[in-house]
Design a binder for this molecule. Structure first.
Ligand code: PHE
Ligand code: CA
Ligand code: ZN
Ligand code: ZN
Ligand code: ZN
Length: 281
């Protein structure tokens, strides 16, 4: 897998912040900044050769999922990678979830640059209306006919991957309805090779993997922490500040480009690339 240039991911974050600022300060569901941000993602994906689709849904206003298919691969074995593209209303949502959105975009562009020819079919997704109750991803899963759903081999979720006081959490497959031990192991092996210690986390239903897991599809993901507090032991192994939140600006106006740990963003963008290359091979 390629080494994803973090400067390119940061450039996407700067653009998402600029889009929010030009549209009332956010990228929230039902607000103009959401569609403007989706248009930014979509035009980059189209130019790179992805086949993109906007899936519309109603949820207290019109919402949109952006789906990007990379042509080729076995359509009966679809590997999906996604994260939510909406922010909360109070700010630009750069860590939550500009970070996952931008990392996924840059990995998709790397797929195109390298003209990846995976054995499986590769599909990326940017979900709408996560912040009002996982609405977009749930709509996507529920709107797929059973035979299409059966073709999805797995879904990996990236929601908050650049927290300023970062932890390195890998979604735990134990105690999760359809957590995938294979995905968890693959991600842990990747971080171990990069010299980054990880911890498993019971993520429950708090993000967009939930609808996939409920439908019996293997899921996984990574997360750098939200409102939870870093322990002294965690600060020892990861650096950062014990006693502070992983993301002190979680769901706050200060979730801006200043609210990003570039090292975490870089490592996790590289992990997305590793997962795409390994799990679609
Ligand atoms: N889904 C939460 C949000 O968007 C963030 C989160 C992700 C929290 C994963 C816990 C675990 O606000
Ligand atoms: Ca990198
Ligand atoms: Zn690039
Ligand atoms: Zn959020
Ligand atoms: Zn989120």
């Amino acid at each position: 897998a390629p080494d994803i240039p973090v400067a390119d991911v940061q450039a996407h974050l700067a653009e998402l912040q600029r889009i929010a600022a030009a549209n009332g300060g956010n990228r929230a569901h039902g607000q103009p900044g959401y569609l403007a941000a989706l248009e930014y993602l979509r035009s980059a994906l189209d130019a790179a050769g992805f086949v993109t689709t906007l899936q519309e849904f109603e949820a207290n206003g019109t919402g949109y999922n952006l789906i990007a298919d990379w042509p080729g691969g076995d359509e009966n074995a679809v590997m999906m990678f996604g994260g939510h593209a909406d922010s909360v209303r109070v700010g630009p949502g750069i860590n939550d979830n500009g970070s996952g959105s931008a990392g996924l975009l840059e990995v998709a562009l790397a797929v195109a640059e390298q003209d990846l020819a995976p054995a499986k079919h590769l599909r990326f997704a940017w979900w709408g209306a996560e912040e009002i109750g996982l609405v977009g991803s749930t709509h996507y899963v529920e709107s797929l006919p059973a035979d299409e759903l059966a073709k999805i081999s797995g879904y990996l979720n990236f929601d908050m991957i650049g927290s300023p006081n970062a932890g390195y959490f890998v979604y735990s497959s134990s105690g999760q309805p359809d957590g995938s031990a294979t995905f968890e192991q693959m991600l842990n092996d990747h971080y171990a090779a990069a010299g980054v210690p990880t911890e498993p986390i019971q993520i429950g239903g708090r993000s967009d993997h939930a609808a996939f897991a409920d439908a019996g599809i293997p899921t996984g993901g990574v997360f750098t922490g939200a409102e939870g507090t870093k322990t002294p032991a965690q600060a020892e192994k990861w650096g950062g500040t014990a006693g502070d939140a992983f993301d002190p600006c979680y769901h706050s106006p200060c979730d801006t480009t200043d609210n990003i740990d570039a090292t975490a963003l870089d490592r996790n963008s590289d992990a997305i690339a590793a997962a795409v290359w390994t799990l679609t091979a």
